[in-house]
Design a protein around this ligand. Structure first.
Ligand SMILES: NC(=O)c1ccc[n+]([C@@H]2O[C@H](COP(=O)([O-])OP(=O)(O)OC[C@H]3O[C@@H](n4cnc5c(N)ncnc54)[C@H](O)[C@@H]3O)[C@@H](O)[C@H]2O)c1
Length: 256
């Protein structure tokens, strides 16, 4: 039986790689993103098209929209897994950070995980599915020693805590909830951050990139695939007794 997974923020970067890896591993993937065109493009390019991949526009901050996607997929295919991956970042010195940015970041990165996790879990419980939920946190969800990203750090610490709280309550329904904590991943988000950080530090994007590699014992920038394979593991039968975990996937850039 083909299992079905919804991935949020799957129109780019890490989400796109998660969708691709899961499609390669025989999942039917529902590619969602606030950017509908990007979601459609990713879904149509996934491997193993006979699995019946689909796309849907989904803004993760909308409880109604998340509930509609979860119930539609649960009704037609059964909802086996949900990956809450959508996230945003802005860089400011803490002293200069506008409150609107804090609100936007917390809304997408933390409220989005709450909203989508609740929508997914309600359908899994209703249909008695022993489901799996994976959230994309960050190594910035485990240490605040990260420059110019105070709101982002707060949101990702929140995701790690929320993952544990969800795992605790959903255990009795045989639903696992885990998160991955990536490091310096080469994606469009990172390329925006390289430019901002270079400006804030008075250096070049190449200089910041070199610092990231220097900070990574495995000696290279992380690739979206590195994260995607860890997510595939957390959704696999091999991880069936793992829940509430915040799995570091960062080449050693932060060890806890
Ligand atoms: N790139 C990194 O170094 C890194 C490191 C650790 C964690 N992360 C996390 O990984 C996740 C993916 O990041 P990425 O680097 O692939 O970024 P990205 O910008 O390449 O992709 C993020 C995707 O999320 C979508 N998105 C934004 N707001 C949304 C919303 N409200 N609803 C639905 N979708 C929305 C965007 O349209 C985009 O397609 C994020 O949660 C990010 O915080 C990234």
């Amino acid at each position: 039986m083909t299992r079905t997974v919804v991935v949020t923020g799957a129109g780019s970067g890490i989400g796109r790689a998660i969708a691709t890896t899961l499609a390669q591993r025989d999942w039917r993937v529902i590619v969602t993103d606030v950017d509908d065109a990007a979601a459609r493009e990713v879904a149509s390019g996934l491997p193993n098209q006979s699995a019946g991949h689909e796309s849907a526009a989904l803004d993760v901050t909308s409880p109604d929209a998340a509930a509609a996607v979860a119930s539609d997929i649960a009704g037609r295919f059964g909802l086996d897994a949900w990956v809450s991956n959508a996230g945003i970042s802005f860089m400011h010195r803490f002293l200069d950070a506008p409150i609107e940015r804090y609100e936007q970041t917390l809304d997408v990165n933390l409220k989005g995980v709450f909203v989508c996790g609740q929508a997914a879990a309600r359908e899994m419980v209703r249909s008695g599915v022993a489901g799996a939920i994976v959230n994309t946190a960050s190594m910035a969800g485990k240490q605040g020693r990260v420059p110019y990203l105070a709101d982002y750090v707060a949101s990702k610490f929140g995701v790690v805590g929320l993952t544990q709280a969800m795992a605790y309550e959903l255990g009795e329904h045989n639903i696992t909830v885990n998160c991955v904590c990536p490091g310096f991943v080469e994606t469009p988000m990172q390329s925006r951050e390289l430019t901002w950080e270079a400006e804030l530090r008075g250096t070049t994007p190449e200089g910041v990139r070199a610092m990231m590699i220097d900070d990574t014992p495995l000696g290279r920038l992380e690739q979206p695939d590195d994260v995607a394979r860890a997510v595939a593991f957390l959704l696999s039968e091999d991880a069936r007794f793992i829940t509430g975990e915040a799995l570091a996937v960062n080449g050693g850039a932060y060890m806890d």
